[in-house]
Design a protein. Structure first.
Lengths: 152, 128
């Protein structure tokens, strides 16, 4: 299920917005469903192979490595997330913004020219305040993360 | 393939040292782009996406597709097409001519690029 739209009103029909958390990696804005965000951790706690939070283990994933970007300063934040299907991860990101509500009309499916693993990792593109945001597909991202991309 | 093209439908643009012909009927607009949002992807020829007239449009580096190096950072001139039902933008250096004379064939020394195949992600089949 690539999208889990929030529901509004009392009629049970799907709504047209959902809440997402914004974060930045290498100057690019990403969005993840707030329902998938478990906690935010200050930098410096990703020294181990995983972070334990409320009894759960969150393997640290360096998104710069997953996205094949140059290594950045370890001064960002760590976003603890789950994929809604039992997998968890601690994403190393550069910065985390405030949650926003994404309107369905602001979403664009990945254009067909994108044909690689990005179709698994990302659900869509969106426009927030005249900026383009890449919407993460939590299940696809975690399924795609390789052991070599888990920080030690 | 090129024999079926109407000569006036061709637009020839400059791309480095190469002259590239495209189907002029597929060209929606040529505009200067000042910002590109990179989208991490497997294809190094995809520069990212840009916001153009309220739409998110992917940008393909035709130089890289053709093995001519890589386009630099924006701002740059960009050719937009809506061929094949998919928007796509291609950075170019300049427009050389539109509807070149000389019959129905693509001029000698000019590379024809099929944007409909390029937009679909089939870069290998795009250039002739």
């Amino acid at each position: 299920m690539p999208f889990s739209w929030g529901r509004t009103g009392d009629d049970g029909r799907p709504g047209t917005t959902r809440s997402v958390a914004l974060f930045t990696v290498a100057c690019v804005d990403y969005a993840i469903d707030t329902a998938r965000v478990r906690h935010l951790v200050p930098p410096g706690r990703e020294a181990g192979r995983s972070i334990v939070f409320e009894g759960g283990s969150f393997p640290v994933i360096d998104l710069r490595s997953v996205f094949r970007l140059p290594a950045g300063p370890r001064t960002g934040r760590v976003l603890l997330m789950d994929d809604g299907a039992g997998r968890t991860a601690a994403l190393m990101v550069d910065a985390i913004g405030t949650p926003v509500c994404l309107d369905e009309r602001s979403l664009t499916a990945l254009p067909p020219v994108f044909r690689g693993q990005e179709r698994v990792r990302f659900e869509a593109l969106a426009v927030v305040d005249d900026r383009i945001v890449v919407v993460i597909a939590p299940r696809g991202l975690l399924a795609d993360a390789r052991p070599r991309q888990v920080a030690v | 393939m090129t024999a079926a093209l109407e000569p006036r439908a061709l637009m020839v643009v400059a791309l480095g040292n190469r002259r590239v012909a495209v189907n002029g009927g597929a060209v929606a607009e040529i505009a200067r782009i000042s910002a590109v949002t990179p989208v991490p992807c497997d294809d190094p020829a995809i520069l990212g996406v840009t916001l153009h007239r309220g739409r998110i449009v992917p940008l393909v580096d035709l130089r890289r597709r053709l093995g001519d190096g890589a386009t630099g950072l924006p701002p740059f001139l960009c050719l937009f097409t809506q061929s094949g039902g998919a928007d796509i933008g291609v950075p170019i250096d300049s427009v050389l001519e539109f509807g070149p004379p000389g019959g129905s064939q693509v001029p000698e020394g000019v590379t024809f690029v099929d944007f409909s195949t390029l937009a679909a992600g089939d870069g290998a089949a795009a250039a002739h």
